[in-house]
Design a protein around this ligand. Structure first.
Ligand code: PHE
Length: 343
């Protein structure tokens, strides 16, 4: 019996020592302390074959063994618990003393978006709604509905990207393509702006780009006059270039307005004295505008006898170039990070 006990003791010790974690310890617990089939239980059951006079002493031996083993077991258990806790804490630990890693640079808005947002804020503050529309456009909305007949030079292949194998479709050459679309979807009175990307088949240079941005707008109601138009456009110019900005309107032909004007602001770079940017005229062209042609109102299902309106279109790229002193329009689409990070 004593032999068996010391054998169990040794085996138990080595298994206990070998347990690397609480899971492995559980296995050891099963082997020795399971009530049903553990080694201690086995020993206890073996007592029934022991002669009566020895039973008490042997029983005592087994109990002492059991107490000793349990004590060792609990010590090991608390050691492993501490170890596992330390490991989890270690894994979740954040080293606050670690030097700063190079931060990810977050992106920022493109200069055209900055100015577009500024104008959207201004127009919505005056009660305008904002409409978005397709860049791939039918010839109808881009030209025909805008009183531009089929033979008009603006439709020439030189100016426009036509879509191969899809006759009648073009990349819109201006945001005016949204005029009739918006009229058809709404009822007067209307105050709308329609900013967006446009395309022209340009031979590109410092002032011309095949992809550019415009901000279109119109107001339609009863009793709308050229004076209303001037008032609004002056306000926009002052918002962009300061309260002393002067605006000049000069007649210009656009098939979809009558009368049509070309809007200029006094050159704020040279105070109208004449410089390279204003081509020594003292004025900078920033928009086209005019009273909406009755044919266009009718195409938009609006009674041209009852309603009038004015429309305008700003070249956003030009506004941005003037605001930030950008000398070449091609920077905007160029994607050069050295240019973009300046804004
Ligand atoms: N769509 C014209 C252009 O691209 C600008 C314009 C808009 C003119 C609205 C008059 C009225 O040049």
């Amino acid at each position: 019996m004593e032999d068996v006990i010391s054998q169990i003791k040794e085996k138990f010790k080595s298994q206990l020592f070998g347990a690397q974690n609480l899971k492995e310890l559980e296995v050891v617990e099963q082997i020795y302390f399971s009530r049903k089939s553990g080694k201690i239980t086995e020993l206890m059951q073996g007592l029934k074959d022991v002669p009566d006079e020895q039973k008490k002493a042997k029983g005592q031996l087994i109990n002492e063994l059991k107490d000793e083993m349990l004590q060792q077991f609990e010590m090991k258990r608390s050691d492993l618990k501490k170890k596992e806790y330390k490991e989890t804490v270690e894994a979740e630990r954040i080293d606050v003393t670690q030097p700063n890693l190079p931060a990810h640079k977050s992106g920022h808005l493109h200069p055209i978006t900055i100015v577009q947002n500024q104008l959207e804020d201004l127009f919505t503050s005056m009660g305008f709604q904002i409409e978005d529309g397709p860049e791939l456009e039918s010839e109808y909305y881009n030209f025909t509905a805008l009183n531009i007949p089929e033979s008009h030079p603006a439709r020439d292949m030189q100016d426009t990207f036509y879509i191969k194998n899809h006759p009648g479709w073009v990349m819109r050459t201006h945001t005016s393509s949204m005029q009739v679309r918006t009229m058809q979807d709404n009822k007067p009175p209307m105050k709308v702006i329609m900013p967006g990307r446009c395309y022209r088949n340009e031979a590109t240079d410092a002032r011309h780009e095949h992809t550019f941005f415009q901000l279109e707008g119109f107001v339609i109601d009863e009793k709308i006059s050229l004076a209303n138009m001037k008032g609004i456009l002056e306000l926009v110019a002052k918002n962009l270039y300061g309260p002393d900005t002067r605006v000049r309107l000069r007649p210009k032909f656009y098939p979809f307005v009558e009368p049509g004007v070309n809007g200029e602001v006094a050159c704020f770079l040279c105070k109208s004295k004449g410089c390279r940017v204003c081509k020594h005229t003292g004025w900078l062209e920033i928009f086209g505008a005019g009273m909406i042609h009755p044919n266009v109102l009718e195409a938009g299902a609006i009674d041209s006898k009852k309603y009038q309106g004015f429309a305008f279109g700003f070249g956003l790229d030009r506004l941005v170039m003037l605001k930030y002193g950008v000398e070449d329009i091609r920077h905007f689409q160029g994607g050069d990070i050295r240019f973009l990070t300046q804004f």
